[in-house]
Every structure is written in structure tokens, then in C-alpha cells.
Write a protein that binds this ligand. Structure first.
Ligand code: CA
Length: 669
């Protein structure tokens, strides 16, 4: 069937556009609709429990063939809390499958549960909203976290270890009284908390949570259901829904927006995936009987097919609507076609214009089942509402992820000035819009920043490595684009392998490797690095000129400054734009081993950031020239340090570029 599924004839006959797929609950009845165009017959099975090991079938009844390849059935009564599956007869064989549109499930995601979703809403949910509705995507500061990592180490002081609820415990401290968990994240000042997969994935057995199990979770089983192991009770389907909403509400109440890591590009097991059981071979790309494997996980999603596209669009809209999710990070989005990505961003932005979208636009070896363009970096102009991880910046600053001893700017690489300059403007070679580049130097993949620096600079002492770390941080936190960091980068996170090396891929390593070690904050160097990151974020937030959203503004206001040393670069940024309070910023980045002196433009300059301190306030003032110490950055401000004179500036602003022209320009209170 694989060839037929992607034909126009099949798509016009069997594309269902309604919004009632799945089990739609009301207190009087529940209606079922499933898309199964190749089925000969379909039944609904009802169960007492969600545990596939329990022999508690209540009844089963046939579905009736309806429009566009769908099948329907209705059952009277209040079925809230009843579990169900579909029995689907295809090619003479009967398969039992969970509902692809399941809203929740029992343990391990095998049986769907009929649910009254409103009953799972926390108090105040109707009024809950995104606490950071950005003017521009470049206003976001994203912090990437695995649910388990936050709380597992005993120094976290968090009670709900490894659970959604652990993310909203406040008042938690290390033994020496340093805030941990949510209090730490809130104090750091990030806007968006990006969670590694929290939908139902397959690599943790929810039946044995008494045994510590760790996995990043890039192995989807149910795309529209929260992961059971993060709930306090994976057996009762309502609990995971309720607790995930509670977590989101708690984060929102603390000023933190929530981003979900979504993995639509592949599934855990192609044959076992419920959609493929119901419509064999439809969900995945199968060419000449073989699954394509650009994902490296054994299968790639055929997003170019109409009902896969609809499924993904429906799923993202569901998380945005039902769970108030504020952003989506797409795993290996380079496997998904641009029409699907645009359908998602357009549909979600209709009702949630502030939702951010970004993903991994790597070019991968897949084969779509019909001609289409894929959402890879070089096609970013085809997906204007969607941003991509900037590996150009990552590799230029810290060195390639493919050669662990390769140098980056901070560890001494030279000859990459053009690349760095383009990235600092938010305009790497593949990208023409600062809203589409996610600037980072570490994420869950590959070595942590400090570990990567240690690998490239083994001859350096720890003090120098920390200076290199801070230098990288200043660069990407002041670059145009969207800054992104891995949790713990701000406290020198490391993943030692116990043999003098470091773990590069900790997807199923122990909690001991992965968890955040809060008591490291008792170590002065970690504590100091944390304060430094906090200062960088505050500085970024205080200066809109670091968050320009228009290319015109960037090109007209950012001026590179020639430096003599090949390890040193500098930029002036004029403040006549975006209601920037300062008249001008001067930024210098130096990986040189000796101090460098650079002439300054006229005027008195405040030092806000140097190799040791970062923040919005003036450390000292200078004029004439600036001397930057080895392995460090300096950020200088001329004029106002904070946005206290904005109304005055609006009335006296000579050009008001921000209010005219592009339409994407920023306007801030
Ligand atoms: Ca699971």
C-alpha cells in the first residue's frame, strides 16, 4: 500500500478534516471516531483498567464505516475513567491498538482512557496564560532540562523526585542553604523552560518505577499523552494529566513559560506504533519494503501524507490548547516537510501567537514518499515562523561536536572571524532572520560546555577553562537571535565517566551521571559562574538592542571593530533603535593569552561585564581605550544603563525606526 497512500487519488478519497477523532466524552455519552481506511472491520473494546496485564474486558462493540475512511461508534452513559482500545481487521488479521488520539492511557500507554479533561484542570486554569508573551522570539531565554535531572540528586532537597510535581516545589535548598530547583531557575532569570520529552515514551517501564530508570525519552509511544513515569501514579490515566497541568500552572505562576520537546520524526517501534497497527505502513516512510532511517531510530515519519500531517498539526494544537504549552522544540525537524511545519505554526499562532517554535534542522538521509521540501536549515526561508539550532555558532565557539579535540574560538581557534561575526549578528550563512537562529553552546546532546572545553584544552588549568566557558557564554548571550542553554551550564555541569574522561551521550546513563548536583553551588567557582550567567541574562533583558528582530536594524546598527590580535574581536552596537536605553554598546571578546587594548569611541563608558562580573550595573567607568584581560569578554555601555527613560526617549526620539518600516520591529513599554 505504501505507493498508494501518497497518491492524489488516495488523499482526495481518504483525507478526513474533522476535529472529532478519538473518544469525545460527555456525561451522557462518548463518541468514537478512528481513521482506518484499509480496515475491513473495527470494534471498540472497553476495559475496567488501563493495565494490559489485567483480564478485565467489559465489552466490545462494532464501529460503523463513515466518511473519508473513518469509523464511528457511540456508547451511552458516563464513561469517564473507562479504558479502551480498537480492534482492527486488516488483510484478514485482527490487531488491537491504542487510540492514536488517546488523551491519556493506563500504565505503559497500551490502553487509552476516556477522560473528562475539564476535571483535570487545576484551580485558576481558565485564567492561566503564558507569563512571557514575547514581542519577538529573540526576547526568549531558553533553559533545557530533563524532568528527572532537576530533583534526583539528594542535594536538591526536592521531595517529588523525578516527577512533574518536583518542578514546582519552592523553598528547596542545599544543606548549606543555597536555593535549588524552581527557586534557582526563577532566580537565574530565564523566560522559557524547555523540557526534554514529557509525552508518553517507551524506554522506561512504568510498571517498575521502584527501580531507578533513566532515559531522555526520544522514543514516542503516545504523542498526546503525558509520560507516566513522571506522574505519581502511572496506572490511573487522569493522574498524569492532572499533574502535568499542575506543573505548567505552577511554572506559569512563577513567571516561567514551558516548551515541550516533541519527537514527531520517528516512533519507538514502527510496527508496534498504534497508528501503524490501525493503518499498516501509513505513518512511516517505507520505500521498496524498507523503512527509511534518517532518524537513526529505525523509521522516519511520512509527514508529507495528508493524515500524518493532520495528526501532527492536531497534536501540537492539542498541547497548546489543553496544556497551555508555550513553545515546541522539534527533534530532527529536518525529517519533516515544510508544509507540515507551516501548517503547525499557522494553526497554533491563530490562537496562540506567542508560542515559539524551533528545531534541529540537520540534513539527514531520508526519502519522502512524494516530492517535498524538508525543514532543514538551508530551507529556513520556507518556514518563517520556525527557528533552528545554530550549530555554526556552537562549533565556532567551542569546537566541532564530531572531533572532541577540535578547537573553537574560546579554546584558541583562529580564522573563523567571518563565521563568528555573522553568528553574532544572528545571521549565519544559512539564515536570513535573527528570529530563526537558536544560539547555544551546549544541550543534552554531546559534551557539556565545560567538558568540551576540558577536552580541547587539557593543558589549561580549571581557572582558565572557566574563563573560556564564561567567554563563550557572553558571546551567545549577547548575540542576536534566541539564546538557549543546557540546565547546569550555569554551574559548570560535567558528566564525568569515572575514568578521567566525559560521557558524550548520556541518553540512558544513570541518574548519578545526569542529575544536577546542587551542592556544587557550594563551591565558589560554580557559585560565581552561576552569578555570572544570571548577570548576563539580566543584561540581555535590559538592552533591547541585543534582541533586534529585523535584519535592517541589525545591519544598520552593528559595526564590527578591527582588532590587532587574531584571537580578539569587537562590536559596536548603536542604541538608536528599539528603544534601547543606552546610546551605544561596545563588546569585545578575547581568547588571547595576553591583555589587549582597543581604542574606544568618544565618551564615558560604563563597564557592565568583564571576565569576573556580569550585570546591569556599572562596575567602573573608562574612556579612551579598553583593556580586556586574557580569555575574557567585556561589555561597555555609553549612556543609560536601564530602561528608565523610555517615555522620555519616545517623545524625543529623532527617527523612530522602530515604529515605521518593517512591521516586525520591537516596541516596548
Ligand atoms: Ca511511558
Amino acid at each position: 500500500m505504501s505507493d498508494v497512500f501518497s497518491t492524489n487519488d488516495f488523499e482526495s478519497a481518504y483525507t478526513y478534516e474533522g476535529c472529532d477523532l478519538g473518544a469525545v466524552w460527555s456525561s451522557e455519552k462518548t463518541s468514537f471516531r478512528v481513521w482506518a481506511p484499509t480496515a475491513e472491520a473495527v470494534w471498540v473494546s472497553l476495559y475496567q483498567s488501563g493495565n494490559p496485564a489485567s483480564d478485565d474486558l467489559m465489552e466490545y462493540f462494532p464501529m460503523i464505516r463513515d466518511v473519508k475512511g473513518t469509523w464511528i461508534a457511540e456508547k451511552n452513559g458516563n464513561l469517564n475513567g473507562i479504558y479502551y482500545t480498537y480492534l482492527v481487521k486488516v488483510n484478514g488479521r485482527i490487531m488491537e491498538a491504542c487510540d492514536p488520539y488517546a488523551r491519556t492511557t493506563g500504565v505503559n500507554g497500551q490502553r487509552a482512557m476516556i477522560i473528562d479533561l475539564a476535571s483535570t484542570n487545576p484551580e485558576g486554569w481558565d485564567l492561566d496564560c503564558n507569563p512571557n508573551p514575547l514581542q519577538s522570539f529573540t526576547d526568549a531565554v531558553i533553559y533545557e532540562l530533563h524532568v528527572r535531572d532537576l530533583s534526583l540528586d539528594k542535594s536538591s532537597g526536592i521531595r517529588n523526585k523525578g516527577k512533574f510535581l518536583g518542578l514546582i516545589e519552592t523553598g528547596t535548598k542545599t544543606k548549606s542553604g543555597i536555593p535549588t530547583g524552581l527557586d534557582h531557575i526563577k532566580d537565574l532569570g530565564i523566560t522559557h523552560l524547555h523540557l526534554l520529552p514529557v509525552f508518553d515514551y517507551g524506554s522506561v517501564d512504568e510498571n517498575h518505577l521502584e527501580v531507578p530508570q533513566f532515559n531522555w525519552g526520544y522514543d514516542p509511544v503516545n504523542f498526546n499523552v503525558p509520560e507516566g513515569s513522571y506522574s505519581t501514579d502511572p496506572y490511573h490515566g487522569d493522574v498524569r494529566v492532572r499533574e502535568m497541568k499542575q506543573m505548567i500552572k505552577g511554572l506559569h505562576d512563577n513567571g516561567i513559560s514551558v516548551v515541550m520537546d516533541v519527537v514527531y520524526n520517528h516512533v519507538y517501534h514502527a510496527e508496534e506504533f498504534c497508528f501503524n497497527k490501525i493503518v499498516p505502513g501509513y505513518f512511516c516512510r517505507v520505500i521498496d519494503g524498507t523503512y527509511t532511517n534518517g532518524s537513526g531510530c529505525g523509521n522516519d515519519t511520512a509527514s508529507e501524507r495528508s493524515m500524518v500531517r493532520k495528526y501532527i498539526v492536531d497534536s501540537v494544537c492539542y498541547w497548546a490548547d489543553e496544556y497551555h504549552i508555550d513553545g515546541f522544540r522539534f527533534d530532527l525537524v529536518g525529517l519533516i516537510d515544510v508544509d507540515t511545519i507551516n501548517a503547525i505554526t499557522t494553526e497554533v499562532h491563530k490562537t496562540h501567537p506567542d508560542v515559539v517554535f524551533y528545531g534541529e534542522g540537520w540534513t539527514l538521509n531520508t526519502q519522502p514518499t512524494k516530492p517535498c521540501e524538508l525543514a532543514v536549515q538551508k530551507n529556513c526561508h520556507l518556514t518563517p515562523g520556525f527557528a533552528y539550532f545554530n550549530d555554526t555558532l556552537r562549533d565556532a565557539l567551542r569546537g566541532s561536536v564530531f572531533f572532541s579535540d577540535a578547537l573553537g574560538f574560546v579554546t584558541g581557534a583562529v580564522g573563523i572571524g567571518e563565521k563568528l561575526e555573522a553568528c553574532f549578528r544572528g545571521l549565519p550563512a544559512w539564515c536570513g532572520d535573527p528570529n530563526q537562529t537558536v544560539n547555544y553552546v551546549s544541550c543534552h546532546d554531546n559534551n557539556t560546555l565545560l567538558d568540551r572545553i576540558s577536552l580541547a584544552a587539557p593543558e589549561r588549568n580549571m581557572n582558565d577553562r572557566i574563563r573560556m566557558n564564561k567567554l563563550a557564554a557572553v558571546f551567545y548571550m549577547t548575540a542576536q537571535g534566541i539564546p538557549f542553554m543546557q540546565a547546569g551550564e550555569e554551574m559548570l555541569r560535567s558528566k564525568p565517566d569515572g575514568k578521567g574522561g566525559f560521557i558524550e551521550n548520556s541518553y540512558n546513563s544513570s541518574d548519578a551521571v545526569n542529575s544536577l548536583k546542587w551542592d556544587h553551588l557550594d563551591i565558589p567557582q560554580c557559585r560565581d559562574t552561576y552569578e555570572y550567567y544570571k548577570g548576563l541574562i539580566a543584561f540581555r533583558k535590559a538592552h533591547p538592542v541585543l534582541r533586534m528582530s529585523s535584519v535592517y536594524d541589525i545591519l544598520s546598527n552593528m559595526i564590527p571593530v578591527p582588532c590587532e590580535n587574531e584571537h580578539t574581536g569587537a562590536f559596536r552596537i548603536r542604541g538608536d533603535v528599539c528603544f534601547e536605553p543606552a546610546d551605544e554598546l561596545f563588546l569585545v571578546f578575547s581568547a588571547a593569552d595576553t591583555a589587549q587594548t582597543i581604542p574606544l569611541p568618544d565618551g564615558i563608558w560604563h563597564i557592565c561585564i568583564d571576565g569576573d562580573h556580569a550585570g546591569t550595573e556599572s562596575i567602573a567607568t573608562i574612556k579612551g581605550s579598553v583593556t580586556v584581560e586574557p580569555l575574557s569578554a567585556m561589555v561597555l555601555v555609553k549612556g543609560a544603563l536601564e530602561q528608565t527613560r523610555v517615555s522620555e526617549r519616545i517623545s524625543s526620539h529623532p527617527t523612530l525606526e522602530c515604529l515605521s518600516g518593517t512591521g516586525s520591529a520591537l516596541f516596548r513599554k
